[in-house]
Structure formats: structure tokens, C-alpha cells
Write a protein that binds this ligand. Structure first.
Ligand SMILES: [Zn+2]
Ligand SMILES: [Zn+2]
Length: 129
């Protein structure tokens, strides 16, 4: 197998195995455990190739690095403003798209990102009060 293919397969595997919407830096850290010589530039390039191929999606997060997501169907996200954690939100996104009226324009895609504070950051899960 070509070196390029090995890198691409590894990066794809890392994103598909993660439920945490990793950043490129996070993918890079995991990839280096297997391929110590891989570069951050390669990780960025391969991530964007995978996005273009439709294997994964990129989730833009305002003021923070993009996240990469194995769940490619339209779905909504929640971002914690304190720790930056990104999670999926249960929402009928297809229904939202169908209900949106853009006039003569054809809606093909939507990014819905809710912002707030997760339970770890709002103190409800503190072990010691
Ligand atoms: Zn948080
Ligand atoms: Zn997601």
C-alpha cells in the first residue's frame, strides 16, 4: 500500500471511531501514536479530502477550530462555550430544512449549532460542592 493510502486510511479510521467530533489537532495527536512521522499539514490535507469525498463532514465552530464528524447526515450540534465540547443534538433537521422558505433558492444544506454551557461546566456535576 502506498504511504499516502496508509495515512488516509488511518485518519479516516480515527474520525470514524470518535464520538467526540475531534479537531484536526486531536486527529493529529491520535495519528502520531501510530505514524510518528505524520505531519499536521498531511492531517489537514487528508481531512479536507475526506470531507470533499463525503466520508466525513466539517463542523464550523465560531471562534474555535472546526471539528470533524463521522455522522454525515444533516444534524444539529451543541457547543459548550466554556470547554468547547461539541455534541449532536436531537432535532429533525430535515424537517427544519423542509419548513424553511428561501423563495426561489434551493436549500441543499444547513449547519445548526446551538451554543450554551454543558453540564460539566455549569457545576451540576461537581463532586465537591
Ligand atoms: Zn463545557
Ligand atoms: Zn455531529
Amino acid at each position: 500500500m502506498k504511504r499516502n493510502t496508509v495515512q488516509k486510511d488511518l485518519i479516516k479510521k480515527i474520525v470514524l471511531a470518535s464520538c467526540e467530533h475531534p479537531t484536526a489537532e486531536g486527529v493529529y495527536a491520535s495519528a502520531r501514536e501510530v505514524l510518528p512521522n505524520i505531519s499536521l499539514g498531511t492531517v489537514y490535507r487528508v481531512l479536507h479530502e475526506l470531507v470533499e469525498a463525503g466520508d466525513i463532514i466539517e463542523v464550523p465552530v465560531s471562534g474555535r477550530p472546526s471539528r470533524f464528524d463521522k455522522t454525515t447526515g444533516a444534524h444539529a450540534h451543541f457547543v459548550c462555550k466554556k470547554c468547547g465540547e461539541v455534541r449532536d443534538v436531537a432535532l429533525n433537521v430535515a424537517g427544519v430544512m423542509a419548513a424553511a422558505d428561501a423563495g426561489e433558492s434551493v436549500i441543499e444544506d444547513v449547519d445548526i449549532v446551538f451554543e450554551g454551557v454543558c453540564e460539566n461546566c455549569n457545576g451540576k456535576h461537581d463532586a465537591i460542592a
